[in-house]
Ligand binder design. Structure first.
Ligand code: FAD
Ligand code: FES
Length: 628
């Protein structure tokens, strides 16, 4: 790495952090991962077997990008870079005796920082509703409830509202976060915050929900509630602190993350999730393979329409995109022509992407997949193969494509931890995706718990917006307040139409599980625990594992830092192929169970008993929440 490098693309970096003793420039608003990548560092830690690791998911799900910053171990893709940060790269132990919860709090920070969450009046410990997630779904839910006079606490891991879709680009820009729709949502939120109806807290990670007996009286607007939910969160900052909020209703809108399948070499630095590449581009202005981004030529691969904005975004940012390889075939859409015809806007969108790809001379191949990644310390090329009707590679069709970056993803999978842990029912869609079950009002099978957006089935931002608003209105109705029936009916029609379209996408872009049959035994299945595919085969064939959970217990797949978020879908699919019974909702729920959904420092757990006295938020009382 060269000294005083980084943020080369824009050439307007003005701030510096220190990486292994060298000064690295970054732009205000970039993450530590973005600063490292812009300084041409594609890997910055090694696993316990010595394999190099850098960024993969890009949104805090996989833990590959762990790095020590100011003495604390942090996820580089989430942690904002700040002037004077002292970053140390190198081995990070994944010893099972050291949980992320312990390691994230291993020593005090060396450099004092401006607190990430502005301090103000204490968060209320009681309100009418808590919303977890400030993406499209969470924002419309919170706004709808506040509009009807409910007191709402809105908690999100991120620095700013908007979630994955309305991502704020470094230096502003013209992305989705600058769109009129988001500006309206944001203005509404700010109005409710100022009026004291919404207490919005960024950088608050919700780690569990708990059914609780109400210890204090409910605010005026709340219904006689049973159960009452306690939402447990960690307020991030130099000194993470515990937060508990009680509410009769909780809307969980935690979104999703990229769904992956293993192939030889998929853990090499340079292989990133498609969503991760997009997050880096939209959020930090780093185009992998583009000017100022590391990685040489780019290949985009996987399945689903999301590959198109990723490829065109990178190409427009100056990357040389060697090709887009889509596992499904265009003719798979023909079986759903009637549903597709009801969404003419989508054809226009697809045509726009096709034009962009043509303009940048990016080949788009359907029925193809990347089946291997090559390189020693970092990616140097991939093998692409044609797939047969069972989506297995056709022998003899393989060819090598030289590239330094592979952006890969097979659609998204919902983030269900909080919901599954408290017993909400889940279902499995036609394409193998899992989602929490909700009724027409977005109510889950647990009383008082609602869900909206990707958690109810991956369907895109427009569907998330509609579902969030419906969930908000349902909570309002549950308080006995009147709800505009026409508004609700319109939202329901929109939701149904968008959901039908999403179901088609799910069916047309399933996980191409056929190729799991041909994977070499030594292919890494679980990146965190470095469990090979062969170990799971052995567990099923020789040790009697008849379901994914047994395979997990026998091999440790899914027991690493990410708690199976990255490998669970593939593990379930592999076990399904071997046993002949594809994973169902029960398997999915078993693999999505995570008692602690986000890292919690042990000190925070220990201090739970010392939380301040209770404080009730209602519509007449200003909350002092943060407007950012
Ligand atoms: C990495 C990535 C990039 C994407 N890029 C695009 C794109 O460019 N174009 C496009 O059309 N679609 C994109 N999508 C899909 C799109 O973002 C979704 O369709 C849409 O954002 C769904 O809205 P949502 O509100 O359900 O979830 P999200 O927008 O994902 O919002 C969920 C929010 O919940 C928060 N959260 C999650 N867990 C917790 C927790 N435990 N505690 C507190 N907060 C939590 C997250 O920080 C996030 O802000 C992307 C998805 C991902 C995963
Ligand atoms: S990939 Fe993280 S636990 Fe398996």
């Amino acid at each position: 790495m060269t000294g005083d490098s980084g943020a080369r693309a824009a050439g307007k970096s003005s701030e510096h952090l220190v990486v292994d003793g060298q000064s690295v420039a970054f732009e205000h608003g970039q993450t530590i991962a973005a600063a490292l990548l812009a300084a041409d560092r594609t890997s910055w830690r090694t696993t316990r077997t010595g394999r190099p690791r850098g960024i993969f998911c890009g949104i805090g799900v996989c833990f590959d990008c762990l790095v020590t910053t100011n003495g604390r171990r942090v996820r580089a893709c989430l942690e904002p870079a700040r002037p004077g940060d002292v970053v140390t790269t190198g081995p990070v132990s994944t010893d099972v005796t050291e949980s992320p919860r312990e390691s994230l709090r291993e020593s005090p920070r060396e450099v004092p920082h401006e607190p990430a969450v502005r301090t103000g009046p204490a968060l209320p410990t009681r309100c009418d509703a808590v919303v977890v997630g400030a993406g499209p779904a969470g924002l419309t839910a919170a706004n709808a409830m506040a509009e009807h006079g409910l007191s709402v606490v809105l908690l999100d891991v991120g620095e700013r509202p908007g979630g994955q879709y309305y991502r704020h680009c470094v230096g502003g820009g013209s992305g989705a976060a600058a769109s009129p729709r988001f500006r309206t949502l944001r203005a509404e939120l700010d109005r409710h915050v100022v009026a004291g109806r919404v207490d919005y807290r960024p950088r608050h990670q919700v780690w569990t929900l708990e059914r609780t007996t109400p210890p204090i009286p409910a605010p005026a607007a709340a219904p006689p509630a049973d159960p009452v939910w306690t939402v447990h969160a960690v307020a991030e900052g130099p000194e993470p602190s515990p937060v508990q909020v009680l509410a009769p209703a909780v809307v969980v809108a935690t979104g999703g993350y990229d769904r992956q399948l293993p192939f030889p070499g998929w853990d090499l630095p340079g292989v990133v999730a498609a969503g991760g590449a997009q997050a880096l581009l939209k959020g930090s202005g780093v185009a992998l393979g583009g000017p100022g981004g590391p990685g040489g030529r780019v290949v985009v691969a996987g399945s689903g329409p999301f590959l198109l904005p990723v490829a065109t975004g990178l190409a427009q940012a100056g990357a040389e995109v060697a090709g887009v390889y889509e596992a499904s075939r265009a003719r798979d859409y023909l079986r759903h022509a009637r549903t597709l015809a009801r969404q003419p806007g989508r054809f226009g969108e697809a045509a726009g992407y096709a034009r962009d790809l043509a303009r940048h001379r990016v080949p788009y191949r359907t029925g193809h997949a990347v089946v291997a990644a090559h390189g020693d310390e970092r990616l140097t090329g991939v093998t692409v193969a044609r797939l047969d009707g069972q989506r297995r590679p056709i022998p003899g069709s393989e060819r090598r494509v030289e590239c330094g970056t592979l952006a890969v993803g097979y659609g998204f999978t919902p983030q269900l931890d909080l919901l599954v842990e408290v017993g909400c029912d889940v279902s499995t869609g036609t394409g193998g995706s899992t989602a929490v079950l909700v009724d027409a009002d977005q109510a889950t099978t647990c009383a008082g718990l609602y869900s909206a957006g990707e958690t109810t089935g991956v369907g895109g931002a427009a569907l998330a917006l509609a579902e969030g608003e419906l969930a908000g209105l349902a909570v309002v109705a549950a308080t006995g307040r009147p709800v505009e029936e026409q508004r609700k009916a319109g939202l329901t029609r929109r939701k149904d139409s968008l959901r039908a379209f999403a179901d088609v996408l799910d069916a047309v872009h399933p996980l191409p599980v056929g190729w799991l049959d041909d994977l070499p035994d030594e292919t890494v299945l679980c990146r965190c625990e470095e469990v090979p595919v062969g170990a799971v085969r052995e567990a099923v064939r020789d040790l009697g594992a008849g379901d994914p959970r047994s395979a997990k217990l026998l091999t440790r797949t899914g027991m690493g830092w990410c708690q199976g978020r990255t490998c669970a879908a593939a593990t379930a699919a592999l076990v399904g192929r071997l046993t002949g019974s594809p994973p169902d909702g029960t398997d999915a729920a078993a693999l999505a169970r995570r008692p602690v959904a986000q890292p919690v420092p042990l000190g925070v757990l220990a201090s739970l008993a010392d939380l301040p006295p209770t404080h009730v938020m209602d519509s007449d009382e200003p909350s002092g929440g943060t407007a950012r």
